[in-house]
Design a protein around this ligand. Structure first.
Ligand code: PLP
Length: 444
């Protein structure tokens, strides 16, 4: 090849390389574009219905606790009312009946529940003096949690309002939001043993208000409402034609001879939906068993009841083997009664926690009349905590104790937290001493 021919050949090769290079650049670029497009398609976003909803009991501080645990730290979890985790076992009789009946619990049953379980619930309320109950009025669910979800979903249209206590058991607020409704919080007054303020409830009723929720005995405050309070709430619901939901899951966990007054059957003019379950009274939270009873103006709620029956049937039925446990639980010897006696394990732990918290300068706590929690207040002026969230996170990081801040219960004051008093006295003493130390370490 002469020089001219060589140059011509080299130029041609250059053009080919350049062309190949250019085309490979184009193909990389288009591949990248495709991947970008593909991964954009792959991004999955949560529903906007979840915006602004929270569930702090298992929220970010809980996630931090799990991370610390994974690093090898031992965390004392006083954030969840899970009796079994602290050695409060489900009564043997219930466990035994479940084991014996497990083979016969393999199929679906009536979506409202097993006849025997519903009958047991019916008799439970009849024994409390509730009249005119039919088996159709009883529904069994996978825990009160599922029932809360079904009763609100069946009721609410967009922007319907539901009155919920503050502080609350936050699932009620969350589900109202999920169902498209609006939770309106009414005040429970710390200075009057955390009783609901009837005037505050009334001031918040609008033409959009559909229902009123009470939690009695109360989580997180431990309040147990007097007969008069329940009476006033029912009268208010009657006056404004509201559906009354009564979450009574702690109805047998009562201290110092306090008496529980159920809302079931207290009105013929309005519909009252009363709920209970196995998780607390029978220390069987993992079995997921709950029930509800409709009393009162059922004739005015035909469409709602139709909606309830529809929703219950869409999830086929509640866990069948647990329903066997409901029947056993509600009859006969009630071991919970021993646990709440002054000498009983629950009452001793409650008294210890109450005394020790109140002994911390700058901390005060109303004595619980029922349930499994205390809801103490701390004076923000005496400590360097910015708010309850700061306190809770620092307690976790420095003392490895997990509690929940008051704001997690839709409480607007920023100076409360909830503590579960389920650990044995020895473990509880150590935890409470660490909490006292933590307050001392942060005293201004
Ligand atoms: N309602 C209240 C007031 C609770 O405190 C709880 C659980 O802590 C529930 C309902 C949920 O109960 P279940 O385990 O039956 O779903």
């Amino acid at each position: 090849m002469n020089n001219q021919a060589q140059n011509k050949y080299a130029n041609k090769q250059d053009r080919i390389v350049h062309k190949n290079h250019a085309s490979s650049q184009v193909s990389i670029k288009s591949k990248l574009l495709f991947l970008q497009f593909y991964y954009n398609l792959m991004d999955i976003y949560k529903s906007s219905r979840l915006d602004n909803l929270k569930y702090e009991i298992r929220g970010p501080v809980y996630e931090k606790a799990i991370a610390l645990q994974n690093q090898g730290y031992k965390i004392t979890s006083l954030n969840i009312g899970n009796p079994a985790a602290f050695g409060f076992e489900t009564p043997d009789e219930i466990v035994h009946d479940i084991i014996v009946n497990i083979r016969s619990a393999q199929g679906y049953v009536d979506s409202r529940g097993l006849f025997a379980a519903r009958k047991a619930v019916m008799q439970y309320y009849q024994n409390q003096g509730v009249k005119n109950i039919l088996i159709e009025d009883i529904y069994i669910g996978n825990g009160v949690s599922e029932l809360i979800s079904l009763v609100l979903t069946a009721l609410l249209n967009a922007d319907d309002e539901v009155l919920i206590p503050s502080p609350d058991y936050p699932l009620w607020t969350t589900v109202v939001g999920l169902a498209g409704g609006k939770a309106i919080h009414y005040k429970c007054d710390e200075d009057s043993d955390w009783n609901p303020s009837i005037s505050d409830i009334e001031s918040k009723i609008t033409n959009k208000t559909k229902a009123l929720v009470i939690i009695n005995p109360n989580n997180p405050t431990g309040a147990v409402y007097t007969k008069e309070t329940i009476h006033n709430i029912v009268k208010l619901a009657e006056k404004h034609k509201l559906l009354l939901f009564a979450d009574e899951i702690y109805d047998k966990i009562l201290y110092d001879e306090n008496i529980h007054h159920s809302a079931a059957g207290l009105s013929d003019e309005i519909l009252i939906c009363t709920m209970g379950g196995l998780s607390k009274n029978y220390r069987a939270a993992g079995f997921r068993g709950g029930w509800m009873i409709l009393t009162g103006a059922k004739h005015k709620a035909k469409s709602y009841i139709e909606g309830l029956n529809f929703l219950f049937s869409t999830r086929l039925c509640a866990n069948v083997i647990t329903q066997v446990g409901i029947q056993t639980a509600l009859g006969g010897y009630q071991s919970i009664n021993d646990l709440v006696l002054p000498s009983g394990r629950l009452a001793r732990q409650m008294n210890l926690a109450h005394e020790k918290l109140n002994a911390i300068p700058g901390v005060s706590c109303v004595k619980p009349k029922g349930a499994l929690y205390l809801f103490p207040k701390f004076d923000l002026n005496q400590f360097d905590f910015e708010d309850d969230n700061h306190f809770v996170m620092s307690l976790l990081e420095e003392q490895k104790i997990l509690v929940v801040g008051g704001q997690g219960f839709n409480f607007t004051d920023k100076d409360h937290f909830r503590i579960v008093f389920l650990p044995h006295v020895e473990q509880l003493t150590v935890a409470l001493d660490k909490i006292a130390l933590h307050f001392d370490n942060h005293r201004i």
